[in-house]
Ligand binder design. Structure first.
Ligand SMILES: [Mn+2]
Length: 427
C-alpha cells in the first residue's frame, strides 16, 4: 500500500480512538517502550513496540512517544535522535517526528494540565483496544502477508519432514522459509511437537533447559503437531497442522483427526457477525465430546459431559483468540463479562459477539495430557464418565490441533491461512 494511503488509515485510527476517549483538556502519552537489557550483560532483548503505539503510528522505534492534546485535538510524535557516539556502534533509528528532546518543552508549554500515561490508564487503553479489534485495509494486507509467510514454512514441512528427523531440524527448516518469504520474525515460539510432546499445549524448544535444550527424533507413525507462524509488519499469523509422519495413519489417529477437522469446519462456518464466540466454543466441545463417545472413551450424554468438565480433560483450551499486533490480541473480555471458572471455558481468551473486521483463530483440539489423565483426584471425579481402561491405552498418543486465522466479514468468512494444506499424512 502506498505511504500516503497508510498515513490516511493511521490518522483515521487516531480519530476513531479519540472519539472513544472521554477527554477534555488532558494530555495523553503513548510510549513505544524501551529496549530491555538482558540481566547481567550488556546485551539487549529484541525490541517489540507496545502494540497501542504500533497501532497509532505504524512504527516500531524504541523510546518514541506519541502525544495527544485533548484540548487542541492535536497529535504530535516524538522520536529519538541518535548521537555520533551511538552511530559508531549502531545504525540510527529512523528519525520520526520531532526530536525527543523537545518533548519536555512541549509539555512545559502545557503546564498544569493532567498528563495521562496511556499504558497505566484502563479507560484510555480500552478505547484503543476496542478499535484494534476491527482491522482496516492496511492491517488486513499485513495479516494476509503474514499468513503467506506461514504457508511457505508449512509447505517446506510437507515436502521435507520425515521420520528420523528431530523436531529441531523441522523447526529450523520451517522458520527459514518463514523468513525467506518475508517474515520479520516468528509471531511466537514455534511449537514442533512429535508423539507425546503434542499433548503439551505450548511445547517449544528450550523450555526444559535453555542452555541444553532437548529435542526428540520423530518416529514413523507418530503424530507431528506444528503450531507456528510468521510475523509481518508487526501482525501475527497463527497456524496449526497435525499429521502422521512416515506411515499409514492408524484408525484412532484418522478418526480423531477427522473429529477435530469437523469441529473446526463447523466453527469456521459460524464465524459471522452477531454469533457469540462462547457458544461456538461450546458447540466445538460438543463435536469433540461426541467423537470421544463414539470412540468409547467417554460414556453418557454429550451436553452433560461438556457441562461436567469431562470433555475438557481432552480439550482444555478455548476455541480461539483474536489476532492482530499480538498473537493473543486486544479485545478479550468486554466490560461486564468475566472469564468463567467452568472447566470447559476457563481458558477461553475472549467472550464477545463476533463483528465484521475481527480476526480470530479457530483451533479446536483433542489431547491425551498425562498430567490430567494421571491425576488421582480427576480419575476419581470422572470415574463414571471416562472409560479409564480405554483412555489409559492411549496415554502417550499426543495431541491433535488444527488452527486457521479467520477474518469475519459481512459475507462468507475469509480464512487467511486457508491456502495452507491440511494433510493427514506426510513423509
Ligand atoms: Mn492460536
Amino acid at each position: 500500500m502506498p505511504k500516503a494511503e497508510n498515513d490516511k488509515l493511521v490518522s483515521a485510527r487516531r480519530h476513531r480512538v479519540t472519539s472513544r476517549w472521554n477527554l477534555d483538556d488532558e494530555i495523553v502519552l503513548i510510549r513505544s517502550g524501551s529496549v530491555l537489557p538482558m540481566a547481567g550483560s550488556d546485551m539487549e532483548h529484541s525490541f517489540h513496540p507496545h502494540p497501542d503505539f504500533a497501532y497509532l503510528t505504524g512504527r516500531g522505534i524504541p523510546d518514541a512517544v506519541l502525544v495527544y492534546d485533548a484540548k487542541e485535538k492535536h497529535w504530535e510524535l516524538f522520536g529519538p535522535r541518535s548521537s555520533v557516539d551511538d552511530q559508531v556502534w549502531h545504525q540510527p533509528a529512523d528519525p520520526i517526528g520531532l526530536p525527543l528532546e523537545e518533548l519536555e518543552g512541549w509539555l512545559k508549554a502545557r503546564e498544569g494540565r493532567q498528563i495521562i500515561e496511556a499504558n497505566t490508564n484502563t479507560e484510555v487503553q480500552n478505547g484503543i483496544g476496542e478499535e484494534r479489534i476491527r482491522k482496516d485495509e492496511m492491517e488486513l494486507a499485513a495479516l494476509r502477508s503474514a499468513a503467506a509467510t506461514s504457508k511457505a514454512g508449512f509447505d517446506w514441512v510437507y515436502n521435507t519432514a520425515s521420520a528420523g528427523m528431530t523436531e529441531r531440524e523441522v523447526q529450523v527448516g520451517m522458520e527459514a522459509e518463514f523468513f525467506r518469504a518475508g517474515a520479520v520474525r516468528t509471531a511466537y515460539p514455534s511449537i514442533v511437537a512429535s508423539g507425546p510432546n503434542g499433548a503439551f499445549l505450548h511445547y517449544f524448544y528450550g523450555q526444559d533447559d535453555s542452555l541444553n535444550p532437548a529435542t526428540r527424533v520423530i518416529e514413523s507413525g507418530e503424530l507431528l503437531l506444528i503450531d507456528a507462524g510468521g510475523e509481518f509488519s508487526g501482525y501475527a499469523s497463527d497456524v496449526t497442522r497435525t499429521m502422521v509422519v512416515g506411515a499409514e495413519p492408524s484408525d484412532v489417529q484418522t478418526f480423531l483427526w477427522k473429529v477435530v477437522l469437523s469441529a473446526q469446519e463447523l466453527a469456521i462456518d459460524r464465524c459471522r457477525p452477531g454469533q457469540e464466540w462462547r457458544e461456538i466454543h461450546l458447540d466445538s466441545a460438543r463435536v469433540i465430546g461426541s467423537g470421544l463417545l463414539e470412540l468409547g472413551l467417554l460414556r453418557g450424554e454429550v451436553d452433560e459431559l461438556v457441562a461436567s468438565g469431562a470433555v475438557a480433560l481432552f480439550y482444555p483450551h478455548g476455541l480461539g483468540h483474536l489476532i492482530g499486533l499480538t498473537v493473543h490480541d486486544a479485545g478479550g473480555y468486554p466490560t461486564g463479562r468475566e472469564p468463567s471458572s467452568h472447566p470447559q471455558s476457563r481458558y477461553l481468551r475472549t467472550d464477545r459477539p463476533l463483528e465484521a473486521g475481527m480476526i480470530t483463530s479457530v483451533e479446536p483440539g483433542v489431547y491425551f495430557i498425562d498430567a490430567l489423565l494421571g491425576d488421582p483426584a480427576l480419575r476419581n471425579q470422572f470415574i463414571d464418565e471416562v472409560v479409564w481402561s480405554e483412555v489409559d491405552a492411549l496415554r502417550g498418543f499426543g495431541g491433535i490441533r488444527i488452527e486457521d486465522d479467520v477474518h469475519i466479514t459481512n459475507a462468507e468468512p475469509e480464512v487467511l491461512s486457508g491456502d495452507i494444506a491440511k494433510p493427514l499424512r506426510i513423509g
